[in-house]
Structure formats: C-alpha cells, structure tokens
Ligand binder design. Structure first.
Ligand code: ADP
Length: 250
C-alpha cells in the first residue's frame, strides 16, 4: 500500500518493446498469485493492443457499471480484470491521442475493484509514452517488473523503460527473461533463437534483481490464445510462472 493512495498495492509490468510477452507474463503472474491465496486484480492498460480479454477468455463481454465506473469482470482463475478491450470497440482506442489514453488508464484503475483486492497488476503498453507517465506520476506503483527477450535491442529498450520508473522513484522489483531458449517438441533439442541469459546479465549490470526466465514454448502461446493460461494448469511451464510469483509475493 502506498502512502499517498488507499487501496491495493499496485505493481506495474512494463517492457521496452511490444511482443516480448508482457501480457502473457502479467496474466500468468496474476493467476499464480491468486492460486497462492492473494486477491489479485489485473488492469490491461495496453490500451493500443489489449490482449487480456483473449488470455482470460472474456472477449466480447461488457462490464456492468455503477456510478459511472466499470465493475471489473470475474474470471474462472480467481483474477478480476478489466481491459480497454472490454470498454471500447476493437481497434477504436488506436486513434486516441495521449491524454485520452492516459484518461482511460484512470478509468481502469479507479474502477470498482473488490474491497479486499490486495494487489493490482498493471499490464502497461510497451515503451515510455503518456500512459506510462500517468501511471508513475498519478498512481505511483509500489514497484515495477520489467520483461524482455534476451536480444540486445529488447534489452536496451527495457533499460530505457526502467529509467522511467527510476526517475519517478518507483522501485524496479526485477527483470524477467521471456522467450528464453526453445525446446523443440519433435526432437527435444534446445536452441536459443533469441540467445539466452542476456537479461540476467543485464540485471547484473543494472544492479537489479533477476526474477527468472520463461522458455519460448508452443503450449504457452496456444494456452494464451485459447484462454487457458499455463499458470492455471500443471503443465511443463506452470512452474516457471509460479516461481516468479513466489518472489513477488515475498
Ligand atoms: P506483449 O504484451 O509484450 O506485446 P504478448 O504477451 O502479447 O506480448 O505476447 C506476444 C505473442 O507471443 C503472443 O502470441 C503470446 O502468446 C506469445 N508468447 C509470449 N510469451 C511466450 C512464450 N514464452 N512462449 C511462446 N509464445 C509466447
């Protein structure tokens, strides 16, 4: 809980670039925390490319509202969530200017979250635009998790995103390496399409904690697309998400 603001502890999940698995990580961390008994809410603030409705299988649902504020949707995984994808027609937010997008973030965060919500995870848009600035200045997260693939370019971008939090006095809880190593489902051989270990090395250089790595795996992608995130089950990759959630919970 922050000093300025009553309510759940806010943890932002950010990345420098899009497509590195930020939404996948946020959803699976939320589910893993819920399984540990933490009351979690998830805000999909990736206003220009909301993907949480697909991951949670709530696409096309419209939240009810009370006093002009939306009521977050429940999910079968025990994670209440709310996304711009639930509030506007697909693609509509794409034409928004920065201040509108930043205003939309406020609507999502100040929605009717359950009274007993302990943690609000925020799936930020990639990069360092208006939404992220509003996030750090107005809503002061208790901390931020940064996700990157092992490639140098994604790492440099993640470092830039890290500076945004630093400057605003928001502690970076740690870095996660996603798409780290690929185990071929046919021959079993592991290869590193994007390299591996780069994020851990960067965390060392930046003197930030390294929270763990998630492999590049077909079933992670398939599970997300099918509204069956891996952390909800007991498949091969659930453990990687649960281990990171454990570090967040402590
Ligand atoms: P971002 O939020 O950073 O834009 P997403 O979480 O939407 O990225 O992921 C982009 C795509 O990559 C999605 O199709 C997702 O299912 C897939 N993906 C993410 N992480 C993994 C992974 N570890 N293994 C396989 N596919 C992944």
């Amino acid at each position: 809980m922050t000093a300025e603001r009553k309510g759940p502890m806010i943890i932002a999940v950010g990345s420098g670039k899009g497509g590195v698995g930020k939404s996948t990580l946020t959803a699976n961390l939320a589910i893993a925390l819920a399984k540990k008994g933490v009351k979690v809410g998830l805000v999909d603030a990736d206003i220009y490319g909301p993907s949480q409705p697909v991951i949670f299988g709530t696409q096309g649902q419209r939240p009810d509202a009370r006093d002009n504020k939306p009521i977050p949707l429940e999910s079968k995984y025990g994670v209440d969530h709310l996304s711009m994808g639930h509030l506007v027609a697909p693609g509509k937010a794409l034409a928004w200017r920065g201040p509108m997008a930043a205003g939309a973030l406020g609507q999502l965060i100040e929605a009717h979250w359950a009274e007993d919500t302990q943690v609000l995870l925020i799936d930020l848009p990639p990069g360092t635009g208006d939404v992220q600035l509003t996030m750090v200045q107005k809503f002061k997260p208790a901390g931020a998790v940064l996700v990157s693939t092992p490639q140098d370019l994604a790492l440099i971008d993640a470092a830039r995103a890290g500076q945004l939090f630093d400057t605003a006095g928001v502690p970076v809880i740690g870095l996660v390496e996603n798409m780290s190593g690929y185990a071929c489902p046919h021959c079993g051989e592991t290869s590193d399409p994007f390299g591996s270990g780069g994020v851990e090395a960067a965390a060392g250089r930046l003197e930030l904690p390294f929270l763990g790595r998630i492999p590049l795996a077909m079933d992670i992608r398939q599970g997300s697309d099918a509204g069956e995130p891996p952390a909800a089950g007991d498949g091969a990759h659930a453990g990687a998400f649960h281990a990171i959630a454990e570090k967040l919970a402590t």
